[in-house]
Every structure is written in structure tokens, then in C-alpha cells.
Ligand binder design. Structure first.
Ligand code: HEC
Length: 182
């Protein structure tokens, strides 16, 4: 009897860890902070920019944008961002001459991380920005009065406030999928 209970407990644990590994959409704590998704570093990269300057004197950075895999798959099929979509922006300082490089610039320390989430917290179809640090488990919602929202609305309003003009591989994947569908 005791033995079979141990077996049951062990298989429940296995189910629990499998569930934890699967993407479950954005989750929030009681204060409305977003739980920083664990597998973020394994999400498909949809954008890479160098020295893109748009916010005053932020200095030269290398930015990478990733998208959660489940909604990436949906987007390339439908061309629409499902509710729950999460995009992650990582901003790094460029570094030079890391051996054996004789020229060029590569990624150095991260100076900013944020998520853009279609969580509908501001009404149907709306997105919220969340900022988080390297070791943070949760991210703080950025107030809607901040310039994040107005710039994204003004220059990417036609594409769901996501800067699709800088994500060619995502556009190409969506177009390929549309052609493949009879
Ligand atoms: C003046 C315009 C502007 C402002 C202000 C701005 N952004 Fe962006 N944002 C961009 C551009 C351009 C990109 C394209 C990708 C890049 O930066 O490499 C982008 C991309 C992003 C992305 C990747 C997903 C997407 O929607 O394309 C996130 C996340 C993001 N910004 C967060 C923020 C946050 C958080 C703030 C406010 C603290 C902010 N942005 C303020 C212009 C802006």
C-alpha cells in the first residue's frame, strides 16, 4: 500500500513538471505584475536591430525581439496576434574586439528588458508593457500615460501596435504559410 502511494506521488510530480514546461500564456500575481515566462530565452527571435535610435539619447544598443512559440505558430498561419501573445525586447550594449573578432560589434551586457503583452487589460484588443530586470521573477505594468504606448500606437497602430516593419522573418513566415494554404 505504502509503495503504491509513493508511485502515485512520483507520477503526479512528473505530470506537474511536464505541465510547468509547457507554455501556458501570460500569468499574473495578485498585484497585477506579470510572471516573467521561464523559457523566454528559447523563444523564436523575430527581430534584431543595431543602433536603432528612437527614444532620445539612449546610446547605441543591439536589440533582440522574441515571441512566445505558441502564438508565433498561430501568427504565421493567421496573420493575427491571438489574445495572450507575448513579445520580449532585450536591449544590450554592443561590445567590440572580443577575441578573435578584429572588427564588428557583438552583444554585451543587457541594460533593459520588457514584455509587450496582448492581455486586454485596457479593453478588448489592448496590449500592456511590462518592464523587468535580469533576475526578476515578475514584471511591473508600465502606466498607459507613458510614451511607450503613444509611440507604438502612432507608428505601429496598423499592425496591432507591434513594430512589424522591423520583423521581416515574421512577415516572411506568415506570407509563406498563407501561400501554402489552399
Ligand atoms: C519613440 C518610439 C518608441 C517608444 C517611446 C517606445 N518604443 Fe518600444 N519599440 C519601438 C521600436 C521602433 C521598436 C522596434 C524594435 C527595436 O527596438 O529593436 C520597439 C519595440 C518594442 C518591443 C518589442 C515588441 C513590439 O511591440 O514591437 C517592446 C517589448 C517594446 N518596444 C517596449 C517598449 C517599452 C516598455 C517602452 C516604454 C518604456 C517603449 N517600447 C517605448 C519604438 C518605441
Amino acid at each position: 500500500m505504502k509503495r503504491s502511494l509513493t508511485v502515485v506521488a512520483a507520477s503526479l510530480l512528473a505530470v506537474g513538471s511536464l505541465a510547468a514546461a509547457a507554455f501556458a500564456g501570460p500569468t499574473f500575481d495578485a498585484d497585477g505584475k506579470i510572471v516573467v515566462p521561464e523559457g523566454r530565452d528559447r523563444w523564436p527571435m523575430v527581430g534584431a536591430t543595431y543602433a536603432l535610435s528612437y527614444e532620445g539619447d539612449g546610446g547605441v544598443t543591439i536589440n533582440t525581439v522574441r515571441m512566445d512559440p505558441e502564438n508565433y505558430d498561430a501568427y504565421v498561419k493567421t496573420g493575427k496576434f491571438p489574445v495572450g501573445t507575448m513579445l520580449d525586447l532585450e536591449v544590450r550594449r554592443p561590445v567590440e574586439e572580443v577575441a578573435p573578432a578584429k572588427g564588428g560589434k557583438t552583444q554585451g551586457a543587457a541594460i533593459g528588458r520588457s514584455l509587450h503583452v496582448k492581455d486586454e487589460k485596457g479593453g478588448p484588443g489592448t496590449w500592456t508593457f511590462y518592464g523587468y530586470g535580469a533576475a526578476s521573477k515578475t514584471g511591473n505594468p508600465i502606466p498607459r500615460s507613458q510614451a511607450c504606448y503613444s509611440c507604438h500606437d502612432e507608428h505601429a497602430g496598423k499592425t496591432d501596435t507591434v513594430f512589424m516593419q522591423f520583423y521581416p522573418s515574421l512577415n516572411e513566415a506568415r506570407e509563406l504559410a498563407a501561400k501554402a494554404t489552399p
